[in-house]
Design a protein around this ligand. Structure first.
Ligand SMILES: [Zn+2]
Ligand SMILES: [Zn+2]
Length: 438
């Protein structure tokens, strides 16, 4: 993975006059949200897995086609089932707004009236909220087109969850041509998080972690459970590897750095009386620094090879990288501009945090930013009823302490509140775009 280097760019000063203009446009151009509430329910009830977003894409394109004078130029099948819609509105800067659109292989257990109708597939990460937000933002920016100038690119990105979508979009020749024709001043993306709705948060630099997944196959020698002396037991070997891997974070990574190594899966054998001949470990590694990432990956290989050698394996382990997502790096100057706008719009309501901790999760938005070689900013917004949180802990910068455990993204019970979340989310997208387009 290429190191993430902040892209140089020209920052603009965001004046109070500009913030007032943005505020006026927000109050006059954001559409009635009832139709978008029902559109959200439709997306939620009809989730599609990564790479299968056919109906989702068709609904998005149908919605975008209703806007005219000026109309969006719509390109479909971008990097799979992605869509890019272009609104050319005179000379000026170009802004790309991105929403991901896929669901997860999870059986929904929310009991909501609009719960998934697709067996074992659910919008458990909130990408249905992202799609709906971007469509409502499209309406607001279309309605306010006489007030701004420049080019708006709306990217509905497929296959975020399996980590392939952003790379497929970047490899799509149509997308490449569009970026060369309309080089964006900034790429903007966002995600729902299980915090009170009304809250918006961002940070400069590393916003999410690097995520690396490995499948490791170790080879022993199988045999009868009663005769271990004639075997090389890969289960015992796997156990040593798992324990030893945990010492990488505790003993090799500096305490001021962050790293997580999780062995999420260990598969070996079928029967209690058979020593299997091999075992497979599936490992996920999270880091917030490219040097630490390299150090941890190197240490994992060293530990696996050394433990195989210690067990007397006759065949070297096979280590396969199955997923590698770079961290999302929020450009310093672009984040300053956006933070000034967000502080002006949301700060007075007590809902903006400009220096949150990096998110432990990962996002393939980082691929879009590095692929475009342009600055990017990624923020988060809350999607839960504020009444679910202790009131003394809901101010900006406070830890948000829920009164009871709240199902988070990727939980079968993840259930964002719709109305309050949608309103703030649309305001963030529109205000962010206007930061560059006014
Ligand atoms: Zn997710
Ligand atoms: Zn997600």
């Amino acid at each position: 993975m290429a190191p993430l280097i902040p892209t140089p760019h020209g920052s603009k000063i965001i004046t109070n006059t500009k913030i007032n203009q943005i505020s006026t446009i927000l109050s006059s151009s954001i559409p009635q949200l009832e139709p978008y509430d029902s559109l959200y329910r439709t997306f939620h009830a009809n989730p599609e897995l990564s790479g299968c977003e056919v109906e989702t894409a068709a609904r998005i394109a149908l919605h975008l086609r209703q806007f005219s004078n000026p109309a969006f130029t719509i390109h479909e099948t971008i990097g799979g089932h992605g869509i890019i819609a272009i609104l050319e509105n005179g000379a000026g800067e170009t802004v790309l707004l991105r929403a991901d659109m896929d669901a997860l292989p999870i059986k929904e257990r929310t009991n909501l009236p609009y719960a998934s109708t697709v067996p074992s597939v659910a919008h458990a990460c909130g990408h249905d909220m992202h799609i709906t937000t971007l469509l409502a933002s499209a309406s607001a920016l279309h309605a306010s087109a006489p007030n701004w100038h420049g080019t708006l690119l709306l990217l509905f990105q497929p296959a975020e969850e399996d980590g392939t979508g952003a790379q497929s979009v970047c490899a799509d020749p149509t997308y490449g041509h569009i970026l060369r024709t309309f080089p964006p001043s900034v790429l903007l993306g966002a995600h729902v998080v299980p915090a009170p709705f009304g809250l918006v948060a961002v940070r400069k630099g590393a916003m999410t972690s690097n995520s690396d997944s490995l499948h490791i196959t170790i080879f022993g020698r199988g045999g009868h459970a009663s005769m271990p002396e004639s075997t090389i037991d890969p289960v015992v070997l796997a156990a040593y590897i798992i324990i030893r891997l945990q010492s990488i974070v505790s003993r090799e990574v500096a305490p001021r750095q962050h790293a997580v190594i999780t062995v999420g899966s260990l598969q070996a054998g079928q029967a209690e009386n058979v020593i299997p001949s091999s075992a497979i470990l599936k490992i996920n590694i999270r880091t917030f620094n490219s040097e630490v990432r390299k150090q941890v990956l190197k240490a994992v290989r060293r530990v696996v090879d050394a433990e195989c050698s210690a067990s007397g394996c006759e065949k070297a382990a096979v280590i396969k990288e199955t997923l590698s997502l770079p961290m999302v790096w929020n450009d310093g100057g672009a984040t300053d501009m956006l933070s000034t706008t967000f502080e002006g719009i949301f700060g007075s309501r007590g809902g903006f945090v400009g220096d949150i901790n990096p998110l432990p999760g990962s996002e393939d938005f980082g691929h879009l930013v590095t692929g475009a070689e342009r600055p990017g900013v990624f923020w988060v917004y809350g999607c839960m009823d504020p009444a679910l949180f202790e009131t003394s802990n809901t101010g900006p910068g406070e830890a948000f302490v829920p009164k009871m455990p709240i199902p988070s993204n990727h939980s079968a019970e993840f259930a964002p509140e719709i109305e309050g979340t949608l309103r703030t989310a649309v305001e963030t997208y529109v205000a962010a775009a206007l930061t560059w387009l006014l």
